[in-house]
Write a protein that binds this ligand. Structure first.
Ligand SMILES: [Zn+2]
Length: 165
């Protein structure tokens, strides 16, 4: 693996983790203050997003290790496995999002959205879209499936947030 690809993969993972952790902090704080179930649930989802980025970092770390006796062709497949893990997590998110939407349609919850929580959702959507663009760009540049998968996850998070409000 190219040194520049490795750096880009690590950068995407680390930036995603920092941003999602910050977003988690803001959302959990606002969610609890406004006793908004939707915001609190989204906060925990955002924290779980750091996991997929950890998988990206792990995938890059393992696949960039040099060949050894047990792995004469290198560790490149780790990156493929990482992308499968991320895609699976994304599918789980998709299913739970679908369930929530149906639930919301049936129950027609009138969540008490404060102006502050709307602002947080909006800012979060913009940031997630930014992360998505960065990950997809980095994925194309490094031809990394796991970065592209993480990018689609970020974008789906943006949609989710956009639909929530
Ligand atoms: Zn997510």
């Amino acid at each position: 693996m190219l040194e520049s690809s490795k750096k880009l993969g690590y950068t995407e993972g680390i930036v995603s983790i920092i941003v999602n952790t910050l977003l988690f902090g803001i959302k959990i704080w606002v969610g609890l203050a406004a006793s908004s179930v939707a915001m609190t649930a989204d906060a925990w989802h955002t924290l779980s997003d750091t996991l997929t980025s950890l998988v990206v970092i792990l995938g890059f770390w393992i696949s960039s290790r040099p060949k050894d006796e047990e792995h004469p062709f290198g560790h490149g497949r780790a990156e493929v496995i990482a992308s499968v893990v991320i895609a699976t997590l994304l599918a789980v998110v998709g299913v739970s999002f679908f369930k929530n939407s149906v639930h919301e349609l049936i129950v027609r919850q009138n969540a008490n959205f404060t102006t502050l929580s709307l602002v947080v959702f909006a800012v979060s959507a913009v940031i997630k879209e930014g992360l998505a663009r960065f990950s997809l760009w980095a994925g194309k540049k490094t031809k990394s499936q796991s970065l592209i998968a993480d990018g689609w996850h970020h974008r789906s998070d943006c949609r989710q947030v956009c639909v929530v409000d």
